[in-house]
Design a protein around this ligand. Structure first.
Ligand code: PEP
Ligand code: MN
Length: 358
C-alpha cells in the first residue's frame, strides 16, 4: 500500500500520516519526490487495512502496490534516486557517471597506494578494494581484514576517493560500516537475508551485487530487504550471471540495466571485470555499459596484475583504465550523461565514524 500525499502537503501532514500508519501497526517509509511525497507501508502480513488514511489531511490517494517490491519500485518514487556523499561533489545516480576503481583485494599499503594514485589521476571518484574476500577455495587469499580497512581510510584522506568495500558477514559488516563510505554486499550474499536486513539498519549507502543466477525480481527483492529496514540508499550492480558460455567467466547481462531502470528508481552500476573475467573484454563492455545507460562502472585495476593475489586476469592496467575514462567520456553525452573527473572534498574526512546499527 502506498499513500500519495498532495503536492502541497505540509511536513506536519506527512508526519501525521506516518504516525497514523504506526498506530495501525505498520511501518511508514516516507519517500520525498520532486512532485510529491509518497509513503510506503510495510510490516503487513496480508492486505493493509486502509483505515481512514484516505480522509487524512494532505492525502491525495491511497493505492495498492501490486508488485512484490514496493520501496524499490518506481510506483513509490518516480524520480531516480541520487546518492550524495557528504562534504564532496560525488554522487551515484543522476546525470554524473560514478566510477569505482581499484584492485580486487588490498594486498599491501604500497600496492593499494600505487593503484589509488593512478585511478585518482584518471578521475575516479570511488576506490574499491577487498578487505574480506569471498573466495571459492578456503586456501586462497582471504583478505587483510581490518588492516585493509585502515589502508583504505588513509587512501580516502590522501586522495579524497570515497571507499567501497565488501562485508561478508555480521562481524565484517560492522567494521566496514565504521571505516568505509559504501558497504558492498557481494553476489554470493545477495540472498543472505539476515545480512541484508542488518545492512538495512545502517544509515549509509549499500552496493548490492546481483547474485550469479538472480532474476530481476530476485535482485530487486534483495534491495527491498535492505530498504524495508529504513535504508533507502541502495546501489545495484550487475556483475554477470552464470550461463553455458565459456569464453567469459560470467555473462554480463547489460539488458538488466534498462530493465531495472524501468521498474526501479535505484541507481545501477555495471562491473565488467567480474562480468567477463578477462582483461581484454573489460574496456569494450565498459563502453557498452555506459551506452546502455548504466549509472556508473566498477572496474578492477592493478599495476602488476600478474602478481595479484586475486582476479589478476581480469584486472586492467592503469593505462587501460585511463583510456577507458577517455572513451566513456565521449560516449556519455550521447546518453545524456557526464563524466566528472576527480572528486572535490569540501570538508575533512570524518571516518572512521560511528555508523552503528540503529
Ligand atoms: C568483488 O567485487 O570483489 C566481488 C567479489 O564481486 P562479486 O560479489 O560480484 O563476485
Ligand atoms: Mn575480484
Amino acid at each position: 500500500m502506498l499513500v500519495v500525499m498532495k503536492a502541497q502537503a505540509t511536513a506536519e501532514e506527512i508526519q501525521a500520516v506516518c504516525d497514523h500508519i504506526e498506530v495501525m501497526g505498520y511501518r511508514p517509509h516516507p519517500m520525498p519526490g520532486a512532485q510529491r511525497t509518497a509513503i510506503g507501508i510495510t510490516g503487513n502480513q496480508g492486505e493493509v487495512d486502509r483505515g481512514n488514511l484516505e480522509e487524512m489531511s494532505g492525502v491525495a490517494e491511497v493505492i495498492r502496490v501490486s508488485k512484490a517490491y514496493k520501496l524499490a519500485s518506481r510506483d513509490v518514487k518516480e524520480e531516480d534516486t541520487i546518492i550524495h556523499f557528504a562534504g564532496t561533489d560525488a554522487t551515484i545516480g543522476g546525470r554524473n557517471l560514478a566510477i569505482v576503481a581499484g584492485p580486487c583485494s588490498i594486498e599491501s599499503r604500497e600496492q593499494a597506494f600505487a593503484i589509488a594514485e593512478k585511478v585518482a589521476a584518471s578521475g575516479a571518484q570511488f576506490f574499491r578494494g577487498g578487505a574480506y574476500k569471498p573466495r571459492t577455495s578456503p586456501y586462497a587469499f582471504q583478505g587483510l581484514g581490518l588492516d585493509a580497512l585502515r589502508i583504505m581510510a588513509e587512501i580516502r584522506d590522501t586522495f579524497g576517493l570515497r571507499i567501497i568495500t565488501e562485508a561478508l558477514d555480521n562481524e565484517s559488516l560492522d567494521l566496514v560500516a565504521e571505516w568505509a563510505d559504501v558497504v558492498q554486499i557481494g553476489a554470493r550474499n545477495m540472498q543472505n537475508f539476515s545480512l541484508l536486513k542488518r545492512a538495512g539498519r545502517l544509515r549509509m549507502p549499500v552496493l548490492l551485487k546481483r547474485g550469479m543466477s538472480a532474476t530481476l525480481d530476485e535482485f530487486l527483492m534483495a534491495a527491498e530487504y535492505i530498504m524495508s529496514e529504513g535504508n533507502y540508499e541502495v546501489i545495484l550492480c550487475e556483475r554477470g550471471v552464470r550461463t553455458f558460455a565459456d569464453h567469459t567467466r560470467n555473462t554480463l547481462d547489460l539488458s538488466i540495466v534498462p530493465a531495472v531502470q524501468k521498474h526501479s528508481h535505484l541507481p545501477i552500476l555495471v562491473d565488467p571485470s567480474h562480468g567477463t573475467g578477462k582483461r581484454d573484454q573489460v574496456l569494450p563492455m565498459a563502453r557498452g555499459a555506459v551506452a546502455v545507460g548504466a549509472d556508473g562502472l566498477m572496474i578492477e585495476v592493478h599495476h602488476q596484475p600478474e602478481k595479484a593475489l586475486s582476479d589478476g586476469p581480469q584486472s586492467i592496467y592503469p593505462e587501460q583504465f585511463a583510456r577507458m575514462m577517455d572513451e566513456i567520456e565521449q560516449i556519455a553525452p550521447i546518453v545524456h550523461r557526464e563524466l566528472p573527473r576527480g572528486i572535490h572534498v569540501e570538508t575533512a574526512a570524518t571516518k572512521p565514524h560511528d555508523s552503528s546499527i540503529r
